[in-house]
Structures are given as C-alpha cells and as structure tokens.
Design a protein around this ligand. Sequence first.
Ligand SMILES: Cc1ncc(COP(=O)(O)O)c(C=O)c1O
Length: 384
Amino acid sequence: MPPPLPTLLPTLPPAAHAGDTLAAIDTPALLLDLDAFERNLDAMQAAASAAGVALRPHAKAHKTPAIALAQLQRGAVGICCQKVSEALPFLQAGVADIHISNQTVGLPKAMLLAQLSLHGRFSVCVDAVQQVADLAAATAALASRLAVFIEIDIGQGRCGVADAPAVLRLLDALAPHPQLRFGGLQAYQGGVQHVRGHAQRRDAAARAAERTAAMVAALAAAGVACPVVTGGGSGSVEFDLASGVYTELQPGSYVFMDADYGRNEAGAALRLDHSLFVASTVMSVGGGGRCILDAGLKSLAVDSGLPLVWQAGAPSSTLTYAAANDEHGIVRAADGAGLPALGSQLLLVPGHCDPTLNLHDALVAVRGGVVQDLWPVAARGLSR
Ligand SMILES: Cc1ncc(COP(=O)(O)O)c(C=O)c1O
C-alpha cells in the first residue's frame, strides 16, 4: 500500500466572503447592516454639527478601525478609547487623535501612553494626584506630551472628583509638568443613558448637565477656564447637544443601537436604527415549542438582557430567545406558532453591543442582503 499523501492542516475559513448572500454566512457571525449603520453615522454627525458641538465617538463600542475611519470621514474630531491598549490598532490604522476617557494607574500603562503620544494627539483622564505623577514621569522619560482631562463625578458614582477644590488640587499637581497640558473636564453620567422614558431621560440629563455647568462656573470663578468639556453617551446626546455645557460628545453605541438601547423611548430629534446582528443557525429542533440556536454566551453578551429575534425588519412577534447557554441559544415559539426549520438562519439583535463586539474577530458588513466586506474587530480583547 502506498504511504498516505501528506496533507496540510486546514485553517479556519472566514465566516463569509464578499458577494455571499446572508444564507451563505457561517454562523455564529456578527453582522453589520451597512445601510442602517451609515444612517446612524450621518444622523449623529448632522446633529452634532448643527449644534456646533464636536463629535468624538467612543470606539469602545465597536473596537473596529474601519468604523472609526468612517466616523472621522464624516467629521468626527477624533475618537475615545477606554483603555490605553485599545488605542493601538486605531493608531496603527491612522487615527491620530485619541482621548482615553478613563484613568490609568501605574507606570507600565503611563509608559505605553507616553509612547503612543509620540505618534498622535493623545489625552487621558485623571482624578488623583498619583495618576498625574505617573503620567509626568512617563512623559518626561520619553519627552512626549499629553493633554490631561480632570474627570468630575456628575452623579454616576464611578470615577471623577466631587468638587472644585479637588479639581484645583489636580491642576496644582499638573502645573510643574509643562509636558502635561490641562485639556479640560470630562463629565460622563452612564446612569442617564438607559432611563427609558424620553421625558425622564431628558430630566436626568439636565440634572447631570447642571452639575457640569456648576463645576465649570466654580472653576471660572477661581480663574480657571476649561478649554473642552467632554462627556455624554448615545442615550443623552440629544439633550447634551442642546445643554450648552458640553463642547464635545462621546457617544459610542449609536452606531449599532443594541436591544437595550432599543428599549429607550426615542425622541423625534434623533432617530437611530438597529444595525448590529448576530447571525445564528437553528442547530436542533426539540419538542415543546423550542428550537436551539448555535449562538449562546460565547457569541452574545447578555448582561443587559437577552437578544431579540429579528424577522422581516422587526422584532419577531412569535419567537423569543429565552435562555443562553455557553454555545446554545434556546428559542421558544408562542403557543400555536411555528418553529423555524433545522438549518435555517435567525438574526439576533444583541442586548449589549460593547461586550458582544469583544467576542468576535470580524464584522461581516452587509448591504441589501449581500456581504460587502469583513472588517477586523482589531481591538477585540485589548482591555489593558
Ligand atoms: C466615559 C464614556 N464615554 C462615553 C461612553 C459611550 O456610551 P454609549 O456607548 O452608551 O454611547 C461610555 C460608555 O460606557 C463611557 O464610559
């Protein structure tokens, strides 16, 4: 018998190729509906431009350089990243203006940031003198420059200092370091973003903006001007734009509008559509009015609720994604309603976009049901 021919180990093919139809996509796969996505980009940029407020979209939502470039092309002044490491693939892709909307602690992170800022315009937040000391040491060692934002707590109870004297103490800490420029204030209230009622969200955003305005006024009274006041997210942006307080806004999820954001009552001023889906396949059809999908916890974040089953451009009226196991999704049909056949594809709107993106290597960009491109989620897993 002749010896067996040597064979190469196969490599994993991509989930889809340009020109494929939806049915040809190997699931679970993350899908971007380009028409809805571009409408969202245009609507947000138009709203910001009309209000004369700079748009600095948050890249933590998408982690995808191709999306950042599309935002910049429409007029965004730069992007935000939440972690220093997250900024790397964006810088590599040519995004030159990146705000780290977060604090960094310790020299390794400060050194990486100081290194990155030799290649672009970088800024970062502080709320403690020790953070300033680390940034000062790192930028001095590398002869680099950073803009430093002082984060204020406007009600979220996360990071940020509480009062004007604390801001002044941080300004004193910055003063001896000419390579660290005071960029302004960051004021973000995450709790406002998901207040469901439109009027209630408007009121909550107004309370947060009032706290920001009070801080700006207290600093002005102490002779300190804030060149930039940055903050806001997708749920509050329409109110923040009109507040007159913010010079720059940081919405992230608006590009996708996950199922959680879909539960917010929308206002007339800013209409945003679901553009992000997980394509999944019915892998088993059991009894008891249920079928099993191939997309569970490893394909979808469920911290903000289970995904919506999406059919014919709307949430399904008969199918409910009832539970997520690691690799399985359990879908139940309403009484008397039919179940999809084994092998059929179901689209799901994820509950929370940010951690869902972090589970996927690529976004399959689709227009009119046809795959156009695969966009690497290049900052996936970069959480340091
Ligand atoms: C500091 C900061 N800015 C902006 C955002 C963007 O928020 P969203 O994705 O809800 O628009 C977030 C989200 O958590 C954030 O933490």
